[in-house]
Design a protein around this ligand. Structure first.
Ligand code: URA
Length: 255
């Protein structure tokens, strides 16, 4: 039975979380839902999926290690029309058994220097978005379409994305997330096999179907890339991204 004290504590937590979120994303509303007992503020999503029992995680780690080694041996980036002269391969980061996976487009200068995706300015905003969702970066998995930094931070070409796609599909299969969030156009188009604009894709659930028979179907929420958000940091865009992320939170919470 829910007591008044429980409700008050939940409301306090939700308001605190909302205040942090507002500061980060510039939104000006409190997510809430109606129950028989009145309006109740939404809390952070349920705790992340419990760590899979060994050997589930060990298997995933082995599979991810083998996949990365195969990528390095195949070096699909060497077939790009424009050579990528990179420092570090940027493979992925986070929990390889995560419930939620973010997919961006390609490493930038900071990622190239560290070998870790999303650590530059866009990455710092992504971290804030993840925190606003009530999650920690270590609880999600983050990868990119391309694993090497394009010269001049160019947007990945369709050909480059296609050469790297098989490895991303396998990365998704290893993580087997419950939900994918694609960040920006190259990732959204590749994952959904779509030619729509971000404006058309974002804010609507879509479905990822991996290659091959019997491939799992995973719900996908396309949203704006944090780098775009930094360039166009308008209340309208921030509200749209926050609304996309709220849909993800609601689904993760099993609502
Ligand atoms: N932008 C991306 O798409 N990926 C990164 O890792 C960094 C910036």
């Amino acid at each position: 039975m829910t007591t008044d004290t429980d409700q008050l504590a939940r409301a306090r937590r939700a308001v605190r979380q909302q205040a942090q979120t507002s500061a980060l994303l510039g939104v000006d509303f409190v997510p809430c839902f109606r129950t028989g007992e009145g309006i109740v503020a939404v809390e952070a999503p349920a705790a992340p999926r419990p760590a899979p029992a060994e050997p589930g995680r060990a298997d995933a780690e082995r599979a991810m290690g083998a996949l990365r080694a195969r990528y390095e041996a195949d070096a699909p980036h060497e077939k790009f029309a424009t050579p990528h002269r990179y420092n570090k391969l940027v493979w992925g980061d986070g929990d390889i058994c995560a419930r939620l996976m973010f997919i961006g487009e390609a490493p930038g200068a900071d990622e190239d220097a560290t070998g870790i995706p999303f650590v530059g300015r866009a990455g710092q905003l992504l971290d804030k978005m993840i925190a606003a969702m009530g999650l920690r970066r270590e609880e999600v998995y983050i990868a990119n379409v391309l694993k090497t930094r394009p010269p001049n931070n160019a947007t990945p070409t369709v050909e480059e994305a296609a050469l790297c796609a098989p490895y991303l599909h396998e990365q998704i299969a290893v993580v087997a997330p419950e939900i994918i969030v694609t960040l920006g156009l190259p990732a959204s188009r590749l994952i959904l096999g779509s030619t729509e604009s971000m404006g058309q894709m974002r804010g609507r659930w879509a479905e990822y179907t991996g290659p091959g028979l019997g491939a799992p179907r995973i719900p996908v929420m396309p949203t704006y890339h944090p780098a775009f958000l930094l360039r166009s940091y308008t209340p309208e865009n921030r509200k749209k991204v926050w609304s996309d992320l709220q849909m993800v939170m609601t689904r993760l919470a099993g609502a």
